[in-house]
Design a protein around this ligand. Structure first.
Ligand code: GBH
Length: 461
């Protein structure tokens, strides 16, 4: 295993960024500390039946208090970059828009300590924790949310812009827009098309206006992008109707957001997906297409689609091919990571691509001595890294990889029952244990560092 990990590490190009990712609502806890007010997930989790086991964000990984230890852990793993999100309701706790010093101070210290540890901070501005006060003003279905997002982003860049070089506007808008507004399984729990279509457009607008604001606020050597959920989508059979269904599903799932961001217009087939009108104002599409420096891909699994006249394209049309499935019920399909990078490059040729998330949940069983030998996660990790070398070998601009997740955390509707960490968390004691997958990742990173002689070199875009 060690040999395989070390061999893999050596196959990545010089300057390749190795990271781990988290998100504020999933790890921080301390939900009312230093002036934080509730987010839509605090509210949603309190509705009976929404989150497994009635779990809430209240304690999570207690990272808000243990952040220093968590950075030591990253240092111990040899991680070169840390992707985390800033909690909007910590920065702007109320509708008066006044920034909150206590919230800003937290991320200020975090960034300083990361830099002092030689870890490059990758900041995500929005990872699903809309302030409840803004939901009360209409949430993503309201245009004002895009403007409030820009004000919030500006407070963050005012404080961190001198030290953070990589910025992501939104994490997976597709997921919070459709799971949150059409399917109702994520916050805010709405179930109809009108708010979903509006949330889609206002998210794109928030992204575009956010990029413009970031460009104004940040030094020129800063890199700005977005992280999108992507599942390469294939037809279940070569039959024409399956192929057609897969094509529409592919557009819906993978390119709905990236197309307007890179082209300045919605994909021509977007109108066929929705009956509700998209609330476009003049100038919106230009703003949405403000150039970005990188696309972040969050890759977990592929989708294999068959035609089904009885369901809309925006509902599941997936089949379940034979294979290995994670505890989330997602197929293990390493080739998909190379496929989706190739497809993204072929369609939109972004300057740089990062895998901003990749990982898997399994029912980890700690051994009697407390160690966690997570064989399936090790296999998933190595399999996906192996496949990712297809992209770098082909000369595609894949610049980095972030494991999801640094540590077990609040897995949204699944609560704390699903574990994605390469580090285990015992929620009763908050004890962290590096899993075998974490140890293997450490080997990959060490081998890459030695082979590329990367020590001390700054990361590339
Ligand atoms: C991400 O969402 C989130 O950014 C992160 O916060 C979260 O904890 C993590 O992933 C794990 O869930 O049905 O087989 O085609 C990922 C959401 C996962 C949505 C994969 C689409 C398709 C799998 N995506 N899913 S499949």
């Amino acid at each position: 295993l060690r040999t395989r990990a070390r061999g893999l590490g050596r196959r990545f190009p010089e300057g390749f960024v190795w990271g781990a990712a988290t998100a504020a609502p999933q790890i921080e806890g301390s939900v009312s500390a230093e002036g934080r007010t509730p987010s839509i997930w605090d509210t949603f989790a309190r509705i009976p039946g929404t989150v497994a086991g009635g779990d809430t964000l209240d304690d999570a990984d207690d990272h808000f208090r243990r952040w220093r230890d968590d950075i030591s852990l990253m240092r111990d793993l040899g991680i070169g970059a840390y992707r985390f999100s800033v909690a909007w309701p910590r920065i702007v706790p109320g509708s008066d828009g006044v920034p909150n010093r206590g919230g800003l101070d937290f991320y200020d210290r975090l960034v300083d300590e990361l830099l002092a540890s030689g870890i490059d901070p990758f900041v995500t501005l929005y990872h699903w924790d809309l302030p409840q006060w803004q939901q009360d003003a209409g949430g993503w279905a309201a245009r004002s949310t895009a403007y409030r997002f820009v004000e919030y982003a500006t407070h963050v860049t005012d404080r961190l812009g001198d030290r953070v070089r990589h910025w992501t506007t939104l994490n997976e808008p597709w997921v919070y827009v459709f799971l949150g507004h059409l399917l109702g399984v994520h916050a805010p729990g709405e179930r109809s098309e009108a708010p979903a279509v509006r949330a889609m457009h206002h998210s794109l607008l928030a992204h575009g206006l956010g990029v413009q604001a970031l460009r104004t606020a940040l030094p020129v050597d800063s890199h700005v992008g977005i992280a999108l959920s992507m599942s390469p989508t294939e037809p279940a059979t070569p039959e024409a109707d399956d192929v057609a269904a897969a094509e529409r599903n592919d557009l819906y799932r993978n390119w709905l957001f990236l197309h307007p961001i890179t082209r300045g217009e919605y994909h021509p087939l977007t109108g066929e997906l929705f009956a509700e009108p998209i609330p476009i104002h003049s100038g919106d599409l230009e703003a949405i297409a403000e150039p970005i420096d990188f696309v972040g891909i969050n890759y977990y699994a592929r989708a294999v689609v068959r035609a089904d006249e009885s369901v809309a394209v925006t509902r599941a049309q997936e089949t379940r091919p034979d294979g290995t499935y994670t505890a989330m019920g997602w197929e293990v399909y390493p080739q998909g990571i190379a496929d989706i990078v190739a497809q993204t490059h072929a369609r939109y040729a972004p300057e740089a691509i990062y895998i901003t998330e990749n990982g898997s949940a399994w029912d980890d069983e700690p051994a009697a001595d407390g160690s966690i030998v997570d064989r399936e996660r090790v296999a998933y990790l190595l399999g996906h890294l192996d496949a990712a070398t297809q992209s770098t070998d082909a000369g595609l601009p894949l610049r980095g990889y972030f494991a999801w997740s640094l540590m077990d955390n609040f897995e949204w509707a699944e609560g704390y029952t699903k574990r994605f960490g390469i580090v285990g968390v015992d929620y009763a004691t908050q004890l962290r244990t590096v899993k075998q997958s974490g140890a293997v990742y450490r080997e990959v990173l060490a081998a890459h560092r030695e082979a590329a002689g990367d020590e001390g070199k700054p990361a590339r875009p």
